[in-house]
Design a protein around this ligand. Structure first.
Ligand code: AMP
Ligand code: ZN
Ligand code: FE
Ligand code: FE
Length: 285
């Protein structure tokens, strides 16, 4: 069984529609794929209609959160959520708030770039997001299309980096609150790419322990942005704390160079995830 539990469609900031993404997953020989668009379940209904025969799809989401250290500014953390009830009112309301934050923050980044003469327009970014959830990759593609940078990667390394003067933060959910919401909705919260130092500042073990106390059930261990040492450390923590250990590609279509299935989850870990999720069920034959 080949299982990839973290992918993005064009409902958020991937480049393939749900239908195309599922076909890509099947063509890559995956048996199970998790659909985890940022802050939305908007892609779930299309899975029902578009799922290729033989492919199991785990409904999920990647929630934008923050950890608040005592002595430093907040650290951005991502929480994968699986098999939750999409209609749970408090969780649905928080997702809506996060999407609004993304719009407001995207508009601020674009306004700052435009004020300095970069040829980007907010209405173009909104159009690129096709009614879905806006993210920096949409702005990156607009910068590539305008010839300002030569790739999405280049945009992230320069104008859209969190160190750039054009960067604007979002007011993301306190991760302990996020974990509680996912659990309240019957879902399985898994800490996404938790030690990926190449993405920026990361939390320490004390924060991970606090997240477990709040109800965290899993750690994403194998992720393209994790070094071998980072994976080993997370694998050790998962064993020590009795957590589910997942592996996944974080596929974004052509917005990233990583192929689908680049990292995968062991079947026993997937079974543990299925057993823990009570808010919704996988789409399967
Ligand atoms: P945002 O959620 O708007 O802050 O944008 C971050 C998103 O961009 C995350 O989904 C990342 O996976 C993605 N991302 C980060 N770095 C890159 C990169 N170099 N190229 C493409 N996408 C990236
Ligand atoms: Zn993304
Ligand atoms: Fe992420
Ligand atoms: Fe992701």
């Amino acid at each position: 069984m080949r299982i990839d539990l973290h992918t993005h469609s064009s409902v958020s900031d991937g480049t393939e529609s749900v239908s195309e993404l599922l076909a890509t997953a099947r063509d890559a020989g995956l048996d199970v794929v998790g659909l985890t668009d940022h802050d939305t379940t908007g892609g779930w209904p299309a899975v029902e209609v578009r799922r290729p025969v033989g492919l199991t799809v785990v409904p999920g989401m990647e929630m934008s959160c923050r950890w608040f250290p005592d002595d430093q500014p907040p650290i951005s953390v991502h929480l994968l959520a699986y098999l939750f009830d999409p209609l749970h009112p408090a969780f649905a309301a928080e997702r809506a708030r996060l999407r609004d934050e993304r719009l407001e923050r995207g508009e601020r980044i674009v306004a700052a770039l435009a004020a300095d003469g970069y040829p980007v327009r907010w209405d173009d970014i909104v159009e690129r997001s096709e009614g879905g959830v806006v993210g920096r990759p949409h702005i990156a593609r607009a910068l590539v299309a305008a010839g300002v940078v030569d790739s999405v990667d280049h945009a992230f390394a320069t104008l859209l980096s969190h160190r750039s003067p054009y960067y604007a933060a979002k007011s993301d959910t306190d991760v302990r609150e996020g974990i509680a919401l996912v659990r309240a909705a019957g879902g399985v919260p898994v800490f996404a790419h938790g030690l990926a130092t190449k993405r920026g500042r990361v939390v320490g073990d004390a924060a991970i322990h606090a997240m477990v106390d709040a109800g965290l059930l899993g750690l994403e261990v194998d992720h393209p942005d994790h070094s071998a040492d980072e994976r080993a450390h997370l694998r050790g923590l998962a064993a020590e704390l009795g957590l589910i250990a997942t592996g996944s590609s974080d596929y974004h279509g052509t917005n990233k160079t990583t192929p689908i299935g680049a990292c995968t989850t062991e079947p026993e870990q997937y079974e543990a995830l299925l057993a823990a999720g009570t808010g919704s069920t996988p789409f399967r034959d």
